[in-house]
Design a binder for this molecule. Structure first.
Ligand SMILES: Cc1cc2nc3c(=O)[nH]c(=O)nc-3n(C[C@H](O)[C@H](O)[C@H](O)COP(=O)(O)O)c2cc1C
Length: 190
């Protein structure tokens, strides 16, 4: 797939089929993540791909709190499109039936935390594009980090991997949403 096509064609997929993702494909996607640039080349990430039913169930249980915490904020943000609120909270609770959920950890404390979090974000974008390139769907789930159970997930799955920084669902798409509109006027060249 052409890179420009991958960049524009990638979508946040929130519903998956039950078809498993092979270990080989998961490995390829995680390898792509690890080729991201990073501040001072620290490569501060560690990825844990959860595929076992009991781990995914435990994860979903922790996310109930995120859905509750996020709901009022989502109601304000999407006042003009209330269906989005139900869809988003349902996705957070169920993870869309994703057969794989990748936890991205910040491995340890580093001198410049912001730069290290940005480095992990770069790795996650690589992961999303590599998944799309292989016909998979994925969605970055910020909810557990910003709203509730990040510390609980870190406690359960972190040691010795680090602190939860991002979560990504992965699987074969059951449906692919239409591209959300992109705003204009977000750059200039001078
Ligand atoms: C840092 C970050 C956190 C996100 N967290 C969530 C989330 O918690 N739940 C969700 O449904 N989508 C989440 N998304 C996906 C965005 O909603 C999505 O990228 C945006 O609506 C644009 O759609 P697209 O990815 O299909 O282009 C997140 C995206 C980013 C970059």
């Amino acid at each position: 797939m052409e890179l420009s096509e991958a960049i524009r064609g990638r979508r946040s997929v929130r519903r998956y089929t039950a078809e498993p993702v092979s270990r080989e494909v998961i490995t390829a996607v995680l390898e792509a993540a690890c080729w991201a640039p990073s501040g001072e080349n620290y490569q501060p990430w560690y990825f844990l791909a959860l595929t076992k039913a009991e781990d995914l169930a435990a994860l979903r249980q922790t996310l109930e709190i995120s859905a509750k915490v996020m709901e009022p904020e989502l109601r304000r943000r999407f006042a003009a499109a209330p269906a989005v609120v139900g869809e988003t909270t349902a996705f957070i609770r169920t993870l869309g039936g994703a057969p794989v959920c990748v936890l991205a950890f910040l491995r340890r404390q580093y001198p410049r935390r912001e730069v290290m979090i940005l480095s992990i974000a770069a790795a996650v974008e690589n992961l999303l594009l590599a998944a799309h390139d292989r016909g998979l769907g994925a969605c970055w789930v910020g909810a557990p980090v910003c709203c509730g159970p990040g510390a609980v997930i870190t406690e359960r799955f972190g040691p010795p991997r680090g602190e939860l920084a991002a979560m990504i669902t992965l699987g074969h798409p059951a449906c692919v949403p239409a591209p959300p509109r992109r705003r204009s006027g977000r750059y200039e060249i001078r």
